[in-house]
Design a protein around this ligand. Structure first.
Ligand code: PMP
Length: 457
């Protein structure tokens, strides 16, 4: 009886979805024909769909549910704040207690030269804000020509006009005449895909020096900033060779660029440190944050700003004409604050670094001998598996992402949520995943690889 009910309820949701909902990053026509997967509840690292099927969410929602699902403290924090003050804005000389407390808590966990945050509603808004702040900074410094921001091919910085422009996703640029003027891109440090015969360290230098070439091509007097993710997330969990970031830092310093390190994925423990900037020893001028800031429970993001930049903004008497109705929404801020409190009091990032991440990485590495696997790589609670037809030459299967899609679908069938970018399998589980759940993740991934290999034959 329950099954029948579940089935008809699912169909009714799917039908209403098909008739009334346009999906982000999806083909709404195809989804309408196939029926959307309706997710209904979640607990810990597991999520249930409307048919009652349970999945291990090895993607933490969208790289964001760092504390896992079902933390009552976050629910309580939201409810308390809703009762006290559900909304007020930060415009025109105003602040609220949760926002002030959150800004202070963020300064405590960020690299020591970063002590200010401008709040926004999402990672995309954070990067829109960055573009405006970079240009405003150079105006205030009397160098208004330094407008151009250099990003990277296959980088991801969000879906708004500025975010998608700063990012280097070709399918996004193709829709809507992007990038906007004043944004340029350089190659990505993707050794597995583009390194050819070079060794990784040599390739890392080549990829970094593309920044210097681009600065010289555009004229250093016209370039304001370089933006990059510490590890490209959506692009395929691309971990740069060891030589890359030091060389980028040298170049940024030499040409006096602002460095924007997009921490939307890497922030709040994903790499086993508070920020990817800690992992790679970076000194950013701006750190866009979102996702893990609230473990995804409510939408909130921010731009963390280095002292040398914040001082310029503060020294100048003028208004900064930028902000959102939901900049520092008090309920979202209260939840983020509670999320930070839990991360700290339960020493979750320390546990990731000393225990969970080493275990995840060692278990993932056992998949390297699989005939379909060209490379396994990871840092912290991020893991990527490259699917290839030929290991030695790193040659892909024909079909442009078909192997990845097959593998993702076989994983889903077994109750495991992975993501595929082309033929690269990605995972980014909640930071709180337990060792036995890591075993489940790896066992199911191996099985999905076996089924994929069989299907490709
Ligand atoms: N920057 C990075 C590095 C991201 O991964 C994302 C989202 N995946 C964004 C920005 C955009 O964040 P949002 O989807 O919250 O706008």
């Amino acid at each position: 009886m329950t099954d029948v009910l579940t089935q008809s309820q699912t169909q009714s949701w799917q039908q209403d979805d098909a008739e009334h909902h346009l999906h982000p990053f999806g083909d709404s026509g195809a989804i309408a024909r196939e029926g959307a997967r309706i997710m209904t509840r979640a607990k810990g690292v597991h999520i249930w769909d409307s048919t009652g099927k349970v999945y291990l969410d090895a993607f933490a929602g969208l790289w964001c549910v760092n504390l896992g699902y079902g933390r009552e403290e976050l629910v309580e924090a939201a409810a308390r704040q809703m009762r006290e003050l559900p909304y007020y804005n930060l415009f025109f000389k105003t602040a609220t207690p949760p926002v002030v407390e959150l800004a202070k808590a963020l300064a405590e966990v960020a690299p020591s030269h970063i002590n200010h945050t401008f709040f926004v509603g999402s990672g995309s808004e954070a990067n829109d804000t960055v573009l405006r702040m970079v240009r405003r900074y150079w105006d205030l410094k009397g160098k208004p020509s330094r407008k151009t921001i250099i990003g990277r091919e296959n980088g991801y910085h969000g879906s708004t006009v500025a975010g998608a422009s700063l990012g280097g996703m070709k399918p996004m640029h193709a829709q809507g005449d992007l990038p906007i003027p004043g944004v340029a891109h350089i190659r990505q440090p993707y050794w597995f895909g583009e390194g050819g015969d070079m060794d990784p360290d040599e390739f890392g230098l080549v990829a970094a020096r593309a920044l210097e070439d681009k600065i010289l091509e555009l004229g250093p007097e016209n370039v304001g900033a370089f933006i990059a993710e510490p590890i490209q997330g959506a692009g395929g969990i691309i971990i740069p060779p060891d030589t890359y970031w030091p060389e980028i830092q040298r170049i940024v310093h030499e040409y006096d660029l602002l460095l924007v390190v997009d921490e939307v994925i890497c922030g709040f423990g994903r790499t086993g440190e508070w920020f990817g900037s800690d992992t790679f020893h970076l000194t950013p001028d701006f750190m866009p944050i979102a996702k893990g800031l609230s473990s995804g429970y409510l939408p909130i993001g921010g731009v963390m700003v280095a002292d040398r930049v914040a001082e310029v903004f503060k020294a100048e008497g003028d208004d900064f004409n930028h902000g959102f109705t939901y900049s520092g929404h008090p309920v979202c801020a209260a939840v983020a604050l509670e999320n930070l409190r839990i991360l700290r009091s339960e020493r979750i990032i320390e546990t990731v670094k000393t225990t969970t991440a080493p275990y995840l990485q060692s278990q993932l590495n056992t998949l390297a001998d699989h005939p379909l696997v060209g490379e396994v790589r990871g840092i912290g609670m991020l893991g990527a598996i490259e699917l290839v037809e030929d290991k030695a030459s790193r040659r892909r299967y024909a079909g442009n992402g078909r192997a990845g899609t097959l593998c993702r679908d076989f994983a889903l069938e077994q109750g495991l949520i992975l993501r595929a970018t082309g033929d690269t399998m990605l995972m980014s589980p909640p930071l709180v995943i337990a060792p036995e759940e890591i075993d489940e993740l790896v066992t199911k991934t191996r099985h999905a690889l076996d089924l994929t290999l069989e299907a490709l034959k």
